[in-house]
Design a binder for this molecule. Structure first.
Ligand code: SF4
Length: 350
């Protein structure tokens, strides 16, 4: 970490030295600090603006996300948009008929934090509402969910994963309330800008829904992160890079890039087992993801560069289970090209 790190939000530091995001949230101070950090990752020897680097510099220490299952379902599963869900998604665990009673969120945060503290020796956390669609509930219920997570003294921010067609104005109002109090990142599953691919994966929304959600979110003091899926069998490299240019054009704060991977008991698993789809090999993926990141603006945080799933669900491709190996291969590819994030960014006016 750079020596010029200052504790973010130092105007709201408690007696024990910890920043309490519940006391106050200074968005303009945050944007100033963010811009400073975005301006020095290259000088610190990175090839892209990674989430770990960003959070370490923002909070002055390592920060870990703690995953929460709020017990919600998804409109693409319960029949509101479609049944069955996206073809890659193992949604049996959150289909409405199979829901377990909602576990206590405060308990999940607490036990998750205890585990992560032991594993990583970290003391600051972002509560991440991860499975299913985490804005798909009544505003009052969403408020209660987010409040429970934020009330843990070690939680310094919230991340909310959702679909772009699931943020009506009353939900945006709840997000705005929390964004006024803490670091809040809303993560939209964009996946691709190509409607034919969204139809192939049975997303149940088109790209216009993502553009609309991003535009409405940009009026609020929150971070917007887009989830992208590369290596879709419906797209060639050029089309995947068009998505990179679209992500850059949308001007969001962060991106999570996943390769397409197959988990058991999904429609995608059937396609893969029948030989109907071909997955990218590792070298091709590494080249594509580097091409992709080169086209992003240098101040966009790259939160992930590949995806995987727990071993008992996972089918293919096996190379994506070796995360350190992928990270190293991506770094080597950047070095081989003498390249970095933003090298091929066309600029905000493009
Ligand atoms: S929108 Fe998300 S939660 Fe819903 S089916 Fe698709 S991947 Fe699963």
């Amino acid at each position: 970490m750079s020596s010029n790190v200052e504790e973010f939000g130092s105007g709201h530091v408690l007696a024990d030295g910890n920043f309490d995001p519940r006391l106050a949230w200074d968005w303009s101070d945050y944007r100033r600090r963010r811009a400073e950090i975005a301006g020095r990752w290259r000088a610190d020897g990175l090839r892209y603006f990674s989430l770990g680097y960003f959070l370490r510099n923002l909070f002055g220490q390592r920060v870990q996300k703690v995953s929460i299952d709020a017990g919600l379902t998804c409109p693409n599963v319960d029949g509101t948009v479609a049944f069955g869900g996206c073809n890659f998604c193992d949604n049996r665990s959150f289909s409405p008929s199979r829901r377990l009673p909602r576990q206590d969120i405060a308990e999940q945060v607490d036990s998750g934090i205890r585990l992560l503290k032991l594993r990583y020796r970290v003391d600051k956390f972002i509560a991440y509402f991860q499975p299913a669609t985490n804005t798909y509930a009544e505003p009052a219920d969403l408020r209660t969910m987010y409040e429970m997570a934020l009330s843990h003294p070690r939680v310094s921010g919230l991340a909310v994963g959702t679909r772009p067609d699931c943020v009506p104005s009353e939900v945006m109002d709840v997000l705005a309330e929390f964004a006024g109090r803490t670091l809040l990142s809303v993560e939209y599953g964009m996946q691709t800008m190509h409607d034919h691919s969204l139809a192939w994966m049975n997303r149940g929304h088109d790209h216009a829904a993502t553009v609309d959600a991003v535009q409405r979110s940009r009026n609020l003091p929150l971070e917007v992160c887009l989830h992208i899926m590369l290596s879709l069998p419906t797209e060639n490299r050029e089309q995947m890079l068009q998505t990179a240019e679209e992500v850059a054009r949308l001007g969001v704060d962060a991106v999570k890039i996943h390769n397409l991977y197959v988990v058991k008991k999904t429609p995608l698993a059937l396609m893969w087992e029948q030989g109907d789809i071909k997955l990218m090999d590792r070298d091709e993926y590494v080249e594509t993801v580097v091409d992709f990141i080169e086209r992003l603006p240098p101040d966009m945080v790259v939160e992930r560069v590949s995806g995987d799933a727990p071993g008992d669900y996972f089918l293919a491709p096996t190379w994506c289970l070796d995360k350190p190996g992928i990270l190293q291969a991506i770094d080597q590819e950047f070095t081989r090209r003498d390249s970095w994030q933003g090298k091929r960014f066309a600029g905000p006016q493009a």
